[in-house]
Design a protein. Sequence first.
Lengths: 212, 401
Amino acid sequence: MTSIDTAGLKTMFDAIAVAIEADKDRLCQLDGVIGDADHGIAMALGFGAVRDALASLDLAATEPTALLNTAAKSFLNAVGASSGPLYATAFMRGAAAVKGKATLAGADFIALFQAMAQGIQDRGKAEIGEKTMVDAWLPAAQAAAVADAAGKTLSESLTAALEAAERGAEATKDMIAAKGRSSRLGERSLGHTDPGAASAVTVIGAIRKSLG
Amino acid sequence: MTRQVISSSHRFFFEHFKLKGKEAAHACMQILAAREHIGGVKCPSRVEIPVTRCTICENTEIGRMQVQTKKIINDGNRTVDEMLEGILAAHPRHLKSAEGSPRSIIARDGPRQGKVGLVIGGGSGHEPTFLGFVGKGLADAAAIGNVFASPPPDPILECAKAASGSAGVLFMYGNYAGDLMNFDMAAEMAAMDDIDVRTVLTTDDVASAPRNQRQKRRGVAGNFFIFKAAGAACDRMLSFDECERIARKANDHTFTMGVALSPCSLPQTRRPNFEIGPDEMEIGMGIHGEPGIARGKLKTADEITDEMLDKILDEMAPARGDRVAVLVNSLGSTPLMELYIMNRRVKRRLDDIGVSVHATWVGNYCTSLEMAGASVTLMHLDGELQTMLDHPCDCAMFRAG
């Protein structure tokens, strides 16, 4: 039976920070093609700030909700940009979804994961098919929920989420951007992966590796 | 340039030799040399970034190897804070930072009781936009983001608090997704502090969306005119409704078109943020290097200026006898000489159609780091907007009246 405590969540955020830092240049390059080449910087800055903020928490005295709210605030204030409000909202919604719980069972984490994806969509107001991180996050959340409902383990559910995110990110190549800076490109955005969707795959991959 | 390429290649070769052996180093070196040769002559396509994998050592980084750009900085991650320290040192009479919020830059002589506050802001790298326009008669405060990235809500909220004179606060900034989310969150937080916030987005870049989708356009150098008009309305102690109306009207009357000749590079990466051939220009490129509407061979100053003015005048549709204000703006490294050559053509074209120039500004007003290129902005004036542009202001990097 899976049980994730605050320390487990901190380990997860540390893993995301490492994965994003390693992926920083590729994300900047993807963004340079259809945006302003700073997505990797913003993501690395944000998750680096989260790692530093969580390092100063007394984990024994912190519940998952408080940890996630700390992550939200530190990410937002370090980054601004677009990814700041989007990921900060994701973490705050995730925090609300597990309020009052000291440890998270597999289903709790799936609920948290779904709340994150929903938060990103609500804040950015993007729909599927508009070539944004929503194209990775929403299918991932849905796949995780379906797998969980079918009685799969957390590891299996997160693997399903990662595969769905990868497919979603790949599919952004065939989309014309309708939201964010690249939307001004029109058809010239075709053929290129959305950097926000690409970084979502990296984040979800790190979550799966850490918790799976 | 040549010397840099050689030294960076040699370092790469040497490190590779140590790690992967002679054979891999040699193979990588050949691919790298081929890449540099291609890059030096002509980039095959601006939207494809070729990544070449070495068959011997599986290294995929070589296709991305690029010489870093030269910048006078200390630490790529500290550029904004170090710049702010320098700006506050240079302009102590005009500017201060909010207590405990170094990214909130406040006018020393701006906010006052009963006056509508004007808060502007956005990413860094566009100096003197935004903080150079903070001062008496213009903006009361500017929230400063990382390079090309919106500030988060906290510094924006601190600006709103500092600018508030109990008569409402206007948020004005360029229409970008990130700025919208952060400023909207700050506006919600300000409402909790009983500060009434209204938002007017700038959308002056005619190249960024079709005419019937003005609300989708981005805000660029025309910010200067739009903020100036709104700041004057606030300084004249007009009502919140009036300030908002004038701000919107100023935006509706302002049209900008830009052209980029060479890229800029972020201080954290020091890599060019887009690729463009040595003989190419891009019309309509955004101030963060967002691709524009057309790429072509570099033309003469008159041809480039005509191309911009054709589009601007087509939308503005001025009548004979109308008045405009002109801004010829450098995107960073294009010198005054070239800007004035462009302005010569602007004046001739306006003379030809009987439109008079009320005032002209030429120089660095809204830059994109070291990007080469320029923009032309026209503001279609009526009596009210002309009064607002003529209204005196005293900012750190701009004075009028």
